[in-house]
Structure formats: structure tokens, C-alpha cells
Design a protein around this ligand. Structure first.
Ligand SMILES: Nc1ncnc2c1ncn2[C@@H]1O[C@H](COP(=O)(O)OP(=O)(O)O)[C@@H](O)[C@H]1O
Ligand SMILES: [Mg+2]
Length: 365
């Protein structure tokens, strides 16, 4: 079963409906958004994954005079490095193999509006140089092109990394940082503002269609939730509320159920479930039908159903492990690469080859 949202995220949104919470920290974030929104200054949003960076970016966009123009989001960490330049700046027809037509880049798509550069801390060094030049010149040149095309695009960027550390390690250019962070905003983790949990729970429940009746969280459950570390921040809380709505319609959640709802996450993630399904399906194919009990293919005689296509098996296993690692790493490519003992660039090449996106294992977008 999937959750039906009662309305799209942006319909009739305001700063208040996008950024829910009454903690000092969130009040301050809303105040900063109101202040910087109308200006066209570049904003860099920092904070851990799931803390609401993209929400803040959208809130900035809708509080600016650009709100009737596009808000375009690019995840700089998810796009293979050799495609990132053409993604951002576009390309002319025939500029490289596969460039069969002219394609406008995201800067041009966002002209007049806001370009949200997510995970900017993952941007490769050569792209950092190119981006800096574009920001200085307020103009782009498409890959394989010569024309200098002026763009009026407001840049809001975000990173979950400690960018000061990245600058120290020379992984991020200091001059680019100052360009992007004319106005920095830092989001606190959910653990640091547990007083926002009840409002956020209400907010997510309000947005879920519940034909079988609404789930309720007891005061004890909410108290219990304020002690959880929330490594996935608001995104994790949203997932817990969604699971509660699915599993306990018209019921009241108590602290025991909270533990179950939270640890379900620590159990099987969708990518892991998918792998398990794939394994049992293959086992069913491989195992002789009269065996009765279906064993995983690795335990059952692998040749019972005839010759094995070793290459195809290896490819399938490679895909599965990549998806599994991305799911485990919460979509952080560098972490998935570590789990697979691969270079980040090698992993990105493989993801590209198999058409795997980095949020393959995420429970919700
Ligand atoms: N203050 C908030 N109020 C309401 N929803 C929020 C808030 N912060 C985060 N969310 C929700 O949590 C999820 C993760 O937020 P997102 O902005 O994508 O985080 P990040 O970009 O930092 O990883 C989204 O579903 C978003 O709607
Ligand atoms: Mg994000």
C-alpha cells in the first residue's frame, strides 16, 4: 500500500506551511527566510540529511519575486561528473557522442527563477571552477558552444557536509564558497529541537489521506519520540508517521508501537526487500520443482535447471549490491562506495551504466 497525499507539496504553500515547527531554531530559520527571500542573494543551506534543506530552498523561492518563475533542483552529488556540465549548462547538438539534439541546461531552465544546487559539497573540482566563472559572469556557454548566454538565475545551494572542513582539505574552493554563501543558513538536527515533533506529526497526518480513520499518537508516544536520536531527521519522522498511518488506522499509538515503527526502518529497507524477492524468485526458478522446499539458489543445486549464465548472474549481483549499498547509505554515494570498496567515481560509472539512481533505496522521496 502506498500513501496518498491529500495535496501536492507546493500548492498554496507559504513559509509557515512549508517550514513547520515552533522551536527557537525554526523560528529563526523562518525569520532568515523572510529576510533573504525577497533579495536575489545567493543562499547556502547547511544541515544534516533530512533536516529540511530543500524545504528551506523552496520557502526562499516562494517568498521572492521569482515565485511565478521556475524552481529547478539539481542534485550535484547524484549526477555522474561527465554529465554534470551538460546538465547545468546544456549542450549543442553533436558536441559529444549521444548529444543528438541541442539541450538547454538547468541554468537556462531556471532563468528568472531559482536554481537549487543540492549537495554542492560533492561537486567535482573542475565543475567548481566552471560554476564560479558562471556566477561571476552571470552567463553560461553550452557544452560545445561558443555563444555566451546571459542568465538571471538565483542560486540557492545546500550541503550536508561540513564545508569548512572541505575547504581546509582543499576539496571545496573557498572563493566559490563565498560566492554561494552570501547568506548562510544552518538547520539544526531534529534531535536538537524535539519540541517540534508534535507539530510535525500533526502536519504530516494532515497531509495523508486516511480513508480508514486517522491514527493518533498518545502523549506518552510523543514524549518517547522526543528521546529518539532521529539520525534521518525530519525525513525519518515523516516515514514513521506514514508507517503508523498504514499500520494503525483509527488506532492510538503508544510508546511500544513507536519502538516498532522506528525499528522497522532498521529492518528491511525497500532495496533490501527487493533483493530478497529477487533471490527467492531466482531460487524458485533454479530449484527443481519436486524439491518442495525452495532453498536460495546458492544452497540448492545451481545447475538443477540447466547451465548457469555466469556473466548475467554476476551483473545481477553487482546491480543488487549497488542498490543495497545505496539504500543502506541513505543515497550518499560516497558512503555506498565505501561499503562496496569502490572509488566514488567508479560507483557513479556503474550507476550510470545500469541506470541506478542514488535514491533507489530511499523509502520516500
Ligand atoms: N520544518 C519542516 N516542516 C515540514 N516538513 C519538513 C520540515 N523539514 C523537513 N520536512 C520534510 O522532511 C522531509 C525531508 O526534508 P528535505 O527538505 O528534503 O531535507 P534535506 O534536503 O535536508 O535532506 C521532506 O519530506 C520535507 O517535507
Ligand atoms: Mg535534500
Amino acid at each position: 500500500m502506498t500513501i496518498a497525499w491529500t495535496r501536492p507539496l507546493d500548492a498554496g504553500s507559504t513559509i509557515e506551511t512549508l517550514l513547520v515547527g515552533e522551536s527557537e531554531a525554526i523560528n529563526e530559520v523562518r525569520r532568515l527566510v523572510r529576510q533573504v527571500g525577497p533579495a536575489s542573494a545567493s543562499v547556502l543551506i547547511m544541515g544534516p540529511s533530512g533536516s529540511g534543506k530543500e524545504m528551506v530552498a523552496r520557502a526562499i523561492h516562494i517568498s521572492s519575486i521569482r515565485k511565478s518563475k521556475p524552481f529547478v533542483a539539481v542534485n550535484c552529488g547524484a549526477i555522474p561528473r561527465d554529465l554534470l556540465e551538460s546538465e547545468l549548462f546544456g549542450h549543442e547538438k553533436g558536441s559529444f557522442t549521444g548529444a543528438t539534439a541541442l539541450r538547454k541546461g538547468r541554468f537556462e531552465d531556471a532563468n528568472g527563477g531559482t536554481l537549487f544546487l543540492d549537495e554542492i559539497g560533492d561537486m567535482p573540482a573542475d565543475m567548481q571552477v566552471k560554476l564560479l566563472r558562471v556566477l561571476e559572469e552571470r552567463a553560461i556557454t553550452r557544452v560545445g558552444g561558443h555563444a555566451v548566454i546571459p542568465v538571471d538565475t538565483r542560486i540557492v545551494s545546500a550541503t550536508h557536509r561540513d564545508i569548512a572542513l572541505s575547504i581546509e582539505d582543499q576539496r571545496f574552493r573557498e572563493d566559490l564558497f563565498y560566492r554561494l554563501a552570501v547568506f548562510p543558513i544552518t538547520l539544526p538536527s531534529l534531535y536538537d529541537r524535539p519540541e517540534d515533533i508534535p507539530l510535525l506529526v500533526e502536519h504530516f497526518l494532515d497531509r495523508i489521506a486516511e480513508p480508514d480513520g486517522r491514527v493518533k499518537f498518545s502523549a506518552g508516544a510523543l514524549l518517547h519520540m522526543s528521546g529518539h536520536p532521529w539520525p534521518g531527521n525530519v525525513r525519518e519522522l515523516r516515514n514513521v508517521v506514514e508507517r503508523a498511518a498504514i499500520l494503525y488506522p483509527n488506532k492510538t499509538i503508544h510508546p511500544e508501537q513507536v519502538d516498532l515503527l522506528i525499528t522497522r526502518k532498521a529492518g528491511l529497507r525497500p532495496a533490501e526487500r527487493k533483493v530478497l524477492w529477487a533471490m527467492t524468485e531466482r531460487a524458485a526458478e533454479t530449484a527443481a520443482p519436486e524439491q518442495g522446499v525452495v532453498l536460495p539458489a546458492v544452497i540448492a543445486d545451481p545447475f538443477a535447471a540447466g547451465p548457469v549464465d555466469l556473466k548475467a548472474r554476476i551483473v545481477a549481483m553487482e546491480r543488487e549490491l549497488i542498490e543495497l549499498a545505496l539504500g543502506r547509505a541513505g543515497g550518499v554515494v560516497a558512503e555506498a562506495a565505501r561499503l562496496l570498496s569502490l572509488q566514488r567515481t567508479t560507483l557513479i560509472e556503474k550507476m550510470n551504466k545500469y541506470g541506478i539512481s542514488r535514491d533507489v533505496g530511499a523509502e520516500t522521496a
